[in-house]
Design a protein around this ligand. Sequence first.
Ligand SMILES: Nc1nc2c(c(=O)[nH]1)N[C@H]1C(S)=C(S)[C@@H](COP(=O)(O)OP(=O)(O)OC[C@H]3O[C@@H](n4cnc5c(=O)[nH]c(N)nc54)[C@H](O)[C@@H]3O)O[C@H]1N2
Ligand SMILES: Nc1nc2c(c(=O)[nH]1)N[C@H]1C(S)=C(S)[C@@H](COP(=O)(O)OP(=O)(O)OC[C@H]3O[C@@H](n4cnc5c(=O)[nH]c(N)nc54)[C@H](O)[C@@H]3O)O[C@H]1N2
Ligand code: SF4
Ligand SMILES: [Mo]
Length: 675
Amino acid sequence: MVAHVDEVVLTTCPRDCYDACGITVMKRDGAIRHVRGDPDHPVSRGKLCRKCSIGYNGAFLDPQARLTRPLRRTGSKGEGQFEPVSWDEALGEVAERLRQVEGSPGAHTVLNAHYTGTFSLLAFFFPLRFFHRLGATEVDPDTICNKAGHVALEYVYGTSLVGFDPLTARDSDCILVWGANPSASAPHAHDHWLPEAPARVIVVDPVRTPTAETADLHLQPFPGSDAALAFALLHVIAREDLVDEGFVRKHTVGWEALEPLLADCTPEWGEDTTGVPARLIEEAAEIYGAGPSLLWLGQGLQRQRTGGNVIRACALLPAVTGNLGKPGAGFLYLNGTESRQIDEEYLAAPHLGPAAPDPISHMELVGCLEDPARSQALFCWNINIAASNPQQGRLHEALRRDDLLTVAIDLFPTDTTDFADYVLPAASFLEFDDLVASYFHLTLSTQVRAAEPMGEALPNMEIFRRLARAMEYREPELYESDVELIETVLGRSGVGEDFASLAAKGTIPIADEPVLQFADLRFPTPSGRVELASARAEADGLPRVPLPLADPRPASGRLRLLSPASPWLLNDSFANDAKIARRIGPATVALHPDDAAERGLAEGDEAVVANETGRLRLLVTVSDAVPRGVAYSPKGRWPKREPARANVNALNPGESADMGESTSVHGVEVTVAPR
Ligand SMILES: Nc1nc2c(c(=O)[nH]1)N[C@H]1C(S)=C(S)[C@@H](COP(=O)(O)OP(=O)(O)OC[C@H]3O[C@@H](n4cnc5c(=O)[nH]c(N)nc54)[C@H](O)[C@@H]3O)O[C@H]1N2
Ligand SMILES: Nc1nc2c(c(=O)[nH]1)N[C@H]1C(S)=C(S)[C@@H](COP(=O)(O)OP(=O)(O)OC[C@H]3O[C@@H](n4cnc5c(=O)[nH]c(N)nc54)[C@H](O)[C@@H]3O)O[C@H]1N2
Ligand code: SF4
Ligand SMILES: [Mo]
């Protein structure tokens, strides 16, 4: 142990990130001195990503940056003027207002907006017990992120939550990364997992990301044209006899409906439709088709107007080529907790609200907030809607409604907390015990308390236990302690560990050898097979088979705006860290040199980026990593820290994708012009 450290705590990063890094917290005299990557952890290998190694040693430990006391609004909404109050006062007053709303017009007008600000199991799920008991309307969390892909994969495979085990990469000859950018969104997968795999790597991304840069093959389709690309690949696979006919016959339904669609989808047609050269389509199809191959379906991929059809089309590849149920083969969208046997239902206790109102989509949240008949109260926890949601200008206006009770729970004073009537300070992941189940690796990890909660901050669980008490609710589920919750989850998971024994290890894999995805080749669809054609989709008003479509290109003069993950921010976290803010500088829009020249724009110029929804001024960077026709401006900046108090979501009209009323944020169109 280093001389100036007298205690080391082993814990896990619970951010919404594929990696789920192991962390060592260095302490001296009871205080945290340094938060860093656990050298013995298979993913982090001693190093956190850039954002977390700065943020966890910066804003997360800084009492000036954190919320440390419950606050009650004193100024007008949006101003961020508050006075400190006690927990009892804050929760007593919130409970009083909630009881009024419960009486009339009813608890269904309480909106519950939450997501993955923290992804540790208790802090993510336990508060739902309170909202189930109350009978609040949930704002369907995944609709802001990845719902279209979930719905699409359920049609084809019956589940979106059973992915390949990343450990099986050692047996793979090809890894196809489609519409994900691990160099930002899964930094350790980019740094270690991909380079160490013996496989050839193919990246499909309109942008030449650092992951694309290091790939063996990079295909750059125009955004929203990936379904057409998938069909062109399938055409070549069929032409080259790479269809696994035995697999298709035994384990799929609908080939006879799909096959006729392939004939016209030649590589040349693919080139015309997607912009990817025919030669690259052929090469990629041959490498993938030969297998064994892994397919990583990114979440960026489905944030398009026909994102559901895109995922359905791409998801045909593993089934048609028989890349399932064997080592080195499979696909991954997200690995759900089921493989870890986490009892989510126990954690969320939906039985407390048997007559739950229908959820609404984030795409309709703004409309709902404008209508007092639909919304009398709004809770935001683990989420920063004023930064991350579409229709930002309209949303901020709606959040000013005086008759809307708004309660925001966060670690930091965000744009969303500025609009709240009551702001409740949440403890950080360094300040309470919890469990973490990576959505990439098939592991289970502990999050271990390394410090007292800062100031009067409390973990989400304790906040909702106290609010339940203020509401005089009686159900024992609302008061279960963290210790009981953790031990029950571990007990039911069958890992054979309690919290203490698991914490000593930090992270465990669920098996020593790679787990085969769909080992028994039974699929949880109605037919028990992979549904290349889906009667359920048809019943839902969608095509029976995925279609070789591409979204229309932007109208003349317009560009497609992509606003994906930044390597320096995690969603809307870290933008308030002074060091990170200095490192990223002002907000930028990257353009292809020809698009910039056509508009008379050069590096460092200020451009007006606009559409029917809003306008923003952004600094131009010129880069041929961005294809023609695309403008690139990463997500995650805080509106209130920007000159116009707006970020890129001021430009997002919030149109739903074709499935799941899900976001199509990478389908936005803008004009870009000199100021
Ligand atoms: N333009 C554009 N917009 C996007 C996207 C895009 O690609 N482009 N992506 C979308 C996607 S994929 C997502 S997931 C959303 C995410 O957007 P947000 O939900 O805004 O993202 P986060 O920054 O992950 O988390 C929200 C808040 O949770 C807080 N938090 C962290 N830990 C805790 C805790 O223990 N308790 C409580 N109560 N709060 C905590 C953080 O401080 C943070 O302010 O953004 C969406 N918005
Ligand atoms: N550093 C960092 N890491 C993160 C996050 C973050 O904000 N920052 N956010 C986390 C969250 S909530 C999520 S959901 C994941 C998201 O992580 P990813 O799944 O990687 O998704 P995105 O970052 O939205 O986009 C990934 C890539 O998709 C490309 N793309 C956009 N449209 C299309 C298209 O039509 N076709 C194809 N083929 N590609 C397209 C973009 O150019 C981008 O390079 O990352 C998580 N990890
Ligand atoms: S955000 Fe991801 S890469 Fe960064 S420390 Fe957390 S798990 Fe690791
Ligand atoms: Mo997300």
